[in-house]
Structures are given as structure tokens and as C-alpha cells.
Design a protein around this ligand. Structure first.
Ligand SMILES: O=C(O)CCC(=O)N[C@@H](CCC(=O)O)C(=O)O
Ligand SMILES: [Zn+2]
Length: 335
């Protein structure tokens, strides 16, 4: 296999490849751009006009998505997968991946849409570099732009695989993209309704890509991901890469839609989240339940019917999201 197909090995070893560009037997050009960053370009005559950004390891301990991208890249480097799309593979936080930690000093996925400018340290620099790599990749006019940022979650979930769809003023969420996600095994989608500082929000908002965070199961160390079944997603990604994706069904086939009711922000060290440590994502909360308390007698009380909690985490830094309260959505504003 071509050395550049071993991007993960290079990244784990913290090494630069001797040759920065290599051609596969199929004439596919692989170009190493920076640590954990590799561009794949099909021969011009085969290019179908899609620019596909696949990122994983924005959180270093979320290894199932990293292993998935590693398999795709191996297949391309061996000539077993024949891309018609241009692809940018990104391993988001190499230092944290090497340590097997979510992050080293700060969460890279809270540093996009310019937030890195208000911060310092290696993770702020990396967020800036990831923005630059994505912006340069998505700078070609008249091409389709698609970004999947792949994650696994800290805790178990009542709905195992789901997507978060960013928001931008004046832009509608796409039914066609939702159908594509359903075909890729996603059981639910959270339709965001305000701007955010995560990677997929940056590519959606600033680079006009269709962009999603995908949650694929529970985070586990390398080699221990048998419980994370990514087979439907893997099949669909191969089809997208090879440009032979079956036309998605019109219906969303049982895909559950949610919208954000409220983001729970931790304001101080006095923040308390009144949930069991092992609570699963998408657990329902009854109206009247006191979800959280913070300084100056601030209380987060459930008011919404059908409210559920995702990503509860009282350990985040002050000022950051400590959970999202969501409610079912009918998806009436889809394009
Ligand atoms: O399990 C958790 O609490 C977090 C899992 C995770 O990393 N999720 C992403 C979601 C990004 C988004 O809001 O689109 C994150 O929190 O960064
Ligand atoms: Zn993550």
C-alpha cells in the first residue's frame, strides 16, 4: 500500500511522510498537507464535482470514527476504492489522539467560527489550521460541498446513531441530506436553531457546505470498537466516494427529528447537574424537574413537554455548554 494511505500511523507516530504526494494505480493523487491532513483527488476525467470533507478525532478518545476513516484511506491507497469525489481527510486533534484523551488543554470543538482567536495554546492553533485547511479545500466554485465530522459520545444513548445539523440565518435544512443520513444508518437528527462554535457549524455557516456532526456510539479506545456498528455509514460513504450512491428515498423512513429547546450553560463552579452519572443521551425529563442549579439561585427547570437531554456534562469549563435540552420536531421548514 502507498505510504500516504497510512495517515493514521504517521499521525500516531508524529511523523511527516518522506514523499508528500503519491499516485495510486488508479491515477488518484494523494497529497499530505499537514499533520493528520490528506487530500485525495481523482483523475480529472473521473471527477464528479463533489468535494467531501471527512473529519474524525476532533476529540482524541473517539476512536471508532478514526478507524473508519483509516479503513477508507487504506482502500483508496490500495486501489480497491476508486474515488470520483475530491476528498479531504482530517484527523482533528493529533496530540489528543496520541494521548487517547478527549482534549489536552481545551476542547477543539469549542474553538471554531473564530473562537480560536480569543484563545491560545496548541488546540487554538489547531482549530485555526483546521479552518484554513477546510476553507482552502472548499474554495473551488461550482462544486457540491459535503462535510461529515464523525464523533462518538461520552455516554450510552437511547438512540445510538444520530446527527446534529447546524443552523444559519436564511438557510433551510435539506430533506435530501436527511434522507442520505437515514440511508447511512442515522436514527435521529437534531436540527439546530442558532449559530455554534463546533467544526461542522463553521463549514456550514462560513463555507456553504452541507455539514453535520455524526454521533456513532460510545467512545472506546482503539481496537475496542466492536460495539460501534458503522456498517451502514461505511457502505454509504464508499458509495458517495465512488459516485454510485443509490438515489435516496423521498420519505425519511422513520428518521426522528428534534430541535433544541435550550442549551444548558455552566456559568460557575457552583453549577450542579441533577442527573445520575450513568444517564443515557435522549433520556426523557418530566416538566417540573429541576435539571440544574448554578450561582445566585439560578435554576434550570423543565418546562417543555417531551423534553430529552443530550450530552450532559457538568465537568465542562465555565461558560460552555453542559447539556442540550431537545424536543421533538415536525421538520416543517425543510427544503
Ligand atoms: O458525549 C458528549 O457529551 C459529547 C460528544 C461530542 O463530542 N459531541 C459533539 C457534538 C458537536 C455538535 O454540537 O455538533 C461535541 O460536543 O463537540
Ligand atoms: Zn466528540
Amino acid at each position: 500500500m502507498l505510504a500516504l494511505g497510512k495517515l493514521l500511523e504517521l499521525t500516531l507516530a508524529g511523523r511527516e511522510p518522506a514523499e508528500k504526494t503519491q499516485l495510486t494505480v488508479e491515477g488518484v493523487r494523494m497529497r499530505w498537507l499537514s499533520e493528520g491532513a490528506l487530500e485525495v483527488r481523482p483523475p480529472e476525467a473521473r471527477d464528479n464535482g463533489l468535494d467531501l470533507l471527512l473529519s474524525a478525532g476532533i476529540h482524541g478518545n473517539e476512536t471508532a470514527p478514526i478507524e473508519l476513516l483509516d479503513r477508507l484511506l487504506h482502500d483508496i491507497a490500495r486501489g480497491d476504492l476508486k474515488p470520483r469525489a475530491r476528498i479531504l481527510f482530517l484527523f482533528g486533534n493529533p496530540e489528543a489522539i496520541r494521548k487517547g484523551e478527549r482534549f489536552v488543554e481545551q476542547d477543539v470543538n469549542r474553538l471554531f467560527n473564530g473562537r480560536h482567536e480569543q484563545s491560545s495554546g496548541s488546540e487554538a492553533l489547531r482549530a485555526c489550521e483546521l479552518e484554513r485547511l477546510a476553507a482552502s479545500f472548499f474554495s473551488k466554485p461550482d462544486r457540491q460541498r459535503l462535510h461529515y465530522d464523525l464523533h462518538t459520545a461520552i455516554r450510552g444513548s437511547k438512540i445510538e446513531q444520530f446527527a446534529l445539523y447546524p443552523w444559519k440565518e436564511g438557510r433551510q435544512h435539506s430533506r435530501r441530506e436527511l434522507a442520505r443520513l437515514r440511508a447511512a444508518g442515522m436514527e435521529a437528527v437534531l436540527l439546530q436553531n442558532k449559530p455554534s462554535i463546533v467544526f461542522s457549524s463553521y463549514t456550514y455557516d462560513k463555507l456553504d457546505a452541507e455539514a453535520f456532526t455524526l454521533e456513532l456510539g460510545k467512545a472506546r479506545p482503539f481496537g475496542q470498537n466492536d460495539g460501534v456498528n458503522v456498517s451502514l455509514l461505511e457502505t454509504r460513504l464508499k458509495q458517495i466516494i465512488e459516485g454510485n450512491e443509490p438515489e435516496a428515498e423521498q420519505g425519511l423512513d422513520g428518521l426522528q427529528l428534534f430541535s433544541v429547546a435550550r442549551e444548558i450553560i455552566k456559568h460557575s463552579d457552583a453549577f450542579r447537574l441533577n442527573l445520575p452519572a450513568d444517564i443515557e443521551n435522549f433520556s426523557e425529563l418530566e416538566p417540573g424537574y429541576v435539571l440544574a442549579e448554578d450561582l445566585a439561585n439560578t435554576r434550570w427547570v423543565i418546562e417543555e413537554q417531551g423534553a430529552r437531554i443530550i450530552f450532559p456534562n457538568p465537568k465542562v469549563k465555565n461558560g460552555l455548554r453542559a447539556g442540550i435540552l431537545i424536543v421533538p420536531s415536525t421538520g416543517e421548514n425543510l427544503a
